[in-house]
Design a protein around this ligand. Structure first.
Ligand SMILES: Nc1ncnc2c1ncn2[C@@H]1O[C@H](COP(=O)(O)OP(=O)(O)O)[C@@H](O)[C@H]1O
Ligand SMILES: [Mg+2]
Length: 243
């Protein structure tokens, strides 16, 4: 990677080590996310993918390394502060309020916006047409795919420059997974740098521009996503051969 590409990263994770108090779960992990691009983090269950996103977003503390958002050192900022620095984190679970309506969920996502809340909701409804028709419904009454889109839209209420998505398509049927990935691509096309963690390796690498394989909390390999899809080790361990 050239220096100019590196400096252009909207999110730089440099050699980050973090865990939950005991032995580190992720060690010296390094990733870059670029504006308008989808970066995929793949790897087996328990590899530390979710832990990495928690360390980036400030949910857990890092013990070493740096997290830079748009070039600014945001290491160990609290989650609310990360949000102000234009990083949105969509956790895998508990990412919407089921008893609130879709509109109320979006309003809460934009709680620190001084103005333009309803304009932003309109913009996001244009991006996620499914939500438009459901604004008055309770989030708990949405389908899994719609809830995942709502969680993303909530994260977008504060115009982030980078968005972290933890397993956005988990539990969705293939058709809804396709719809969801189309939405993720649309979000990236607005200029947001998207970092997606997925267990569905093949699908996420198909949509990403760059992929990182994480194994036992460490960087195993990375490269252009389409290249990883054809890498023998990745295929054997995580993708499976086409029968
Ligand atoms: N809250 C927690 N407290 C202690 N250990 C945890 C916690 N969450 C995850 N772990 C451990 O961290 C390791 C990595 O988990 P995780 O980051 O969820 O992996 P992945 O998302 O790749 O499946 C696992 O061994 C898991 O048991
Ligand atoms: Mg996980």
């Amino acid at each position: 990677m050239t220096t100019s590409e590196t400096s252009n990263a909207v999110l730089r994770v440099e050699s980050v080590t973090a865990g939950y108090g005991g032995a580190p779960i992720i060690e010296n992990v390094t990733i870059d996310v670029y504006p308008g691009k989808i970066t995929a983090i793949v790897g087996p269950n328990g590899a530390g993918k979710s832990t990495l996103l928690k360390a980036i977003s400030g949910v857990i503390k890092t013990s070493s390394g740096r997290v830079l958002v748009a070039g600014k050192d945001c290491t160990n900022f609290a989650p609310e502060k990360m949000v102000r620095h234009k990083l949105a984190y969509v956790p895998q679970v508990a990412n919407t309020f089921p008893d609130l309506t879709v509109r109320e969920n979006l309003e809460m996502g934009g709680y620190t916006r001084k103005h333009g809340v309803s304009e932003r909701i309109d913009e996001l409804c244009a991006l996620f047409p499914d939500l438009q028709a459901s604004l008055r419904r309770r989030a708990g009454a949405l389908s899994g795919g719609q809830r995942s889109m709502l969680a993303m839209a909530r994260g977008l209420m504060l115009d982030p420059e980078v968005m972290l998505l933890d397993e956005p398509s988990a539990g969705l049927s293939p058709i809804f997974q396709t719809a969801l990935w189309e939405q993720i691509e649309k979000v990236a096309s607005t200029g947001v740098g998207v970092c997606v963690v997925e267990q569905n390796t093949r699908r996420s690498l198909r949509h990403a521009h760059w992929g990182y394989v994480l194994v036992l909390g460490k960087n195993r390999l990375d490269g252009p996503a389409t290249q990883l899809l054809h890498d023998d080790e990745v295929i054997d361990l995580y993708v499976g051969r086409m029968s």
